[in-house]
Design a protein around this ligand. Sequence first.
Ligand SMILES: *Cc1c(COP(=O)(O)O)cnc(C)c1O
Length: 422
Amino acid sequence: MKLAIDGGIPVRNGPWGSKYICTEEISEKEKVYVLRVLDKKRLFRWEPENIEDSEVSKLESLYSDRLNVSHTLAVNSGTSALIAALVAAGIGPGDEVIIPAFTFIATASAVVLAGAIPVIVDVDETLTISPEAISKAITKHTKAIIPVHMKGVPSQMDEIMKIAKDHKLIVVEDNAQANGGTYKGRALGSIGDVGCFSFQQNKLITSGEGGMIATNNGEIFSRACIYHDVGLAFRETSKDLVNHPFFPAENYRMSELNGAVGLAQSERIDDLISRMRKLKLKIVEGIQDIPSIELQRIPDKQGDSSSFVIFYAPSSLIALKFSMTLRKEGIPNDILRSRGFVDRHIYTNWDYILNKRSFSDASNPWSNRLYKGDVKYTPDMCQQTLNLLSRAISIPLFQNLTVRDCDDAIEAIHKVSKHLFS
Ligand SMILES: *Cc1c(COP(=O)(O)O)cnc(C)c1O
């Protein structure tokens, strides 16, 4: 069969999913919940008269139950969740925080805003942080690790938690991209000392903008509550804060409107993921016997949020050819290293981090006198990550794809492989 790129008939025409996963799910439920907020004329979460009847509180309860954690706190973005979590965990000037070379720039930026130093290390074939690379990067200044469950895939939490225990490090999970995922039966975001979620529209579910902090640690929770609300001292709930002197804070509060959308969306997350998992399983089973491509290694297949099918070509050159040829067959896909724009998920594009720049010299954590280390950044310092990303072909999944769509993907991948590898 002639390839579409050579003038043959493509395996499929027609669209593949939509732009956002979560947006396909916006329906009556979101409308009902949002209208409920408008009817109540109560958009502010902390209204003292009826604090109980809050959509944001309901959203927090849902996550406490889902994650099986004692404390959850809704905030206005994933980035604010990370900053508040780091500040709450006592991470700041002089501290090094180990993060993966493949994550959204927000992870690195949050560390700097907390006053600490990001230490960037390689990912492995899972495309999540390499436990080996963490071990090598630990210095006497290391205070925390941020594993990021990238692309819906759980990080290697057993290995990471062991390293953290051995070196007395704090673990902050960045679970912006794997909401609903698990690792060995435990919810992602509930395994480390504190977990952070994002409800921005590019994630699995959305609240418009929003985020969540989850922890079993009462001290971290209290400090996060204080940091996320500059007016906290006025509120009834501040009485619950166990013996905490207040300190200056941000305003990271979530509004009731965002809470309502987030709640409607989050109530569907298990159904959403189970649909995505079936699709991914089908495609993976259909292509796993192709000898020249290697599937992304998944630390716990049952826990995969299954937002993408990712596999590696033998070289970056072949990946480029494979990706383009597959696209012409009607299957959209990206090479993770070169997605046609300056991709801030790759450390080489984190200019202000690599140049050690902050919003003012006085606030610069790298030149803070409390920092006694000497972290170095070069564009080629994480070769393993760059090599993997340049060979990684990623196909996005959407819950509304059909079995027929999966069959098309399988057929197209086989067709392209046959031409490129024989
Ligand atoms: C999206 C994202 C964030 C930031 O979340 P926002 O809600 O956009 O602030 C942080 N980390 C990762 C890995 C992300 O994908």
